[in-house]
Design a protein around this ligand. Sequence first.
Ligand SMILES: Cc1cc2nc3c(=O)[nH]c(=O)nc-3n(C[C@H](O)[C@H](O)[C@H](O)COP(=O)(O)O)c2cc1C
Length: 245
Amino acid sequence: MHKELEPAILYFGTPVVLVTTLNEDGTANIAPISSIWWLSWSCMIGLDASSKTTENLLRTGECVLNMASDQQVESVNRLAKTTGRHKLPLHKKALGYKYEANKFLAAGLTEQKSMTVKPPRIEECPVQLEAKLVNKMPFGEHDPKMAVPSVAFELSVEKVHLDELILKDPNKPYVDPDKWHPLIMNFRKFYSTGSYIHESKLAKGAEAQYAPWKQKGLKRKLTEWILARNTKRYKDAVHRLDSKS
Ligand SMILES: Cc1cc2nc3c(=O)[nH]c(=O)nc-3n(C[C@H](O)[C@H](O)[C@H](O)COP(=O)(O)O)c2cc1C
């Protein structure tokens, strides 16, 4: 029997990502977040507007999304309730947050140079996505339950770095979900993925069918033409959304 209820939070289970950004003085900040999702190589993240990461992203337009696996859970927990913002906002003070100037040291993590952005990657994280800011908007402004002002950031993924230990084959760009166990935040507690449980209709066929941009030459041109022709009315509908806002 379902009950109509009002839970305080709706954190049903999303991956934990350590966002690295650059502070004004050139040092790096790290923030654990779990409000994140992807479509293709575009990504949305949701941030408390008072976080140092929000300030850094707005100023620099760059970050790295370092995805934690079950192996990084202790480091993530060391970063919990810390902020790189020297002057703590009142709501964070009330929740017991502390200022932390050196999050890499505090978490026992290692900086690794990025290729397309200035913020460093986190060496220990098996997945590192270098990303640039594309769009931003206030989030949940009309939600009376939203405790603090929040921002949604659209990011474009510029470079993907994958530890070969999570790949199906070390020479191919396919992640093996039996080897990749993302850290999941589920109602404030940490979990990870378990074992494979069921055959998946969605997983039938080559993964590359989701990436027409990987095709070459004439085949690519033809696919692009067919896609453009068949998706035109949806594209028009999306543009109409834009002009209404
Ligand atoms: C597992 C976990 C998930 C979190 N998810 C989010 C999130 O999605 N968005 C957010 O704004 N803060 C989230 N937080 C809280 C931030 O880490 C917190 O606001 C932190 O102070 C940000 O650091 P900064 O101020 O140095 O940027 C999460 C914290 C933890 C430990």
